[in-house]
Design a protein around this ligand. Structure first.
Ligand code: SF4
Length: 342
């Protein structure tokens, strides 16, 4: 079906004051020139440690942040292509109906003083889509679709469990019939059994409504279950991007290998090919990343070139793109640490 969204060289730099009397000024490169496509109907995972820029990327896509560089080419429902990064404010509401973002914490993202009817119905009312009895019917229908009862309309959020609140959050996000839903750690706060139910609901809704998901998470087991493809971010950059199955069974970037090695892995055939090394060292400071490959201070395979030349995200094997000078050799089973590695 083609691409719904083409992210090109997206950049989001923040100026931040720090130091004594907050006099010094530093530029945090939260997202530092990333490119990827979101295909219509797919679930694309965006993973990485906290502070890698994945949430900032999501916020740029819904234009909560105006990117400081790059393009966000979005194919709208009418087939027209627009650059969301350059969209004037007056056109934002229209696109915010098509692209919705849902967040981690259903406790803080629901207004405790609003009834469920008002929470779910608000986007419909504000956008002039429905009101009165029609709005009531729409809210009732949305509640049923997310597995709740229409009678729940008049209740307040505190009357619901964590899982039910997340269903309300999803119903609200779906009220305007979006095409792309960006879920930021949407199930991370839920316990395991409730999490499974919400994931199942998300898959069902995707099938019913032809939704496209960008699923931002640090939880790799959830990403493996839900996502068709995965992009791995490290300090504002995409370091590996590819189909979930290939990326999980044969990670090519040493950072992806280290992330996966940290996940308890019941399948021994997978364990063999991983570095088996815990991820050591601190995440680099996005205001002052190391030169060359940003991962080099933590990489067991770093060589001289890694300290001076930044690797580009380039195609390697099986539809994968990897930003590592040595992606091909490091993805082979039985890899060994190079002699001149520090
Ligand atoms: Fe490691 Fe060098 Fe590859 Fe960076 S480019 S991940 S430092 S081997």
């Amino acid at each position: 079906e083609g691409n719904l969204l083409e992210v090109r060289d997206l950049e989001m730099h923040f100026a931040e004051r720090s130091g004594w009397l907050r006099r010094s000024r530093r530029v945090v490169r939260a997202v530092d020139g990333i490119s990827f496509d979101v295909r219509a109907g797919e679930t694309l995972g965006l993973v990485g440690e906290s502070g890698c820029g994945k949430t900032t990327t999501g916020r740029c896509l819904v234009r909560t942040h105006a990117p400081t560089g790059g393009r966000l080419m979005y194919r709208g429902g009418d087939g027209r292509e627009v650059d969301l990064a350059a969209l004037p404010h007056r056109d934002l509401p229209d696109y915010r109906r098509q692209i919705r973002m849902i967040f981690q914490d259903p406790f803080s993202s629901l207004n405790p003083r609003m009834t469920v009817r008002d929470i779910i119905g608000e986007p419909l009312r504000v956008n002039g889509v429905a009101r009165g009895a029609e709005l009531d019917d729409r809210v009732a229908d949305l509640l049923v679709r997310v597995g709740l009862r229409p009678q729940h309309r008049s209740r307040f959020p505190h009357a619901f469990s964590g899982g039910e609140r997340q269903r309300i959050v999803i119903a609200r996000a779906l009220s305007l019939d979006p095409r792309l839903v960006i879920a930021d750690e949407a199930v991370s706060a839920l316990d395991v059994s409730v999490r499974a139910q919400i994931l199942e609901l998300m898959v069902t809704l995707q099938r019913e409504r032809g939704l496209t998901y960008l699923f931002i998470s640090h939880d790799l087991s959830v990403v493996e279950y839900l996502c068709d493809r995965v992009a791995v971010m490290y300090v504002g950059k995409v370091v590996e991007l590819g189909p979930t199955e290939e990326l999980f069974t044969r990670p090519q970037h040493p950072y992806t290998q280290a992330l996966l090695a940290a996940v308890p892995q019941p399948d021994p055939t997978r364990r063999n090919i991983l570095t088996q090394r815990p991820l050591e060292g601190e995440v680099a400071d996005p205001a002052d990343p190391p030169p060359g490959c940003h991962f080099h201070p933590r990489c067991p395979f770093a060589r001289d070139i890694c300290r001076t030349e930044e690797p580009a995200l380039r195609p390697t094997a099986d539809g994968r793109r990897v930003a590592c000078h040595f992606a091909e050799e490091l993805s082979l089973p039985g890899l060994a640490v190079d002699d001149d590695a520090a």
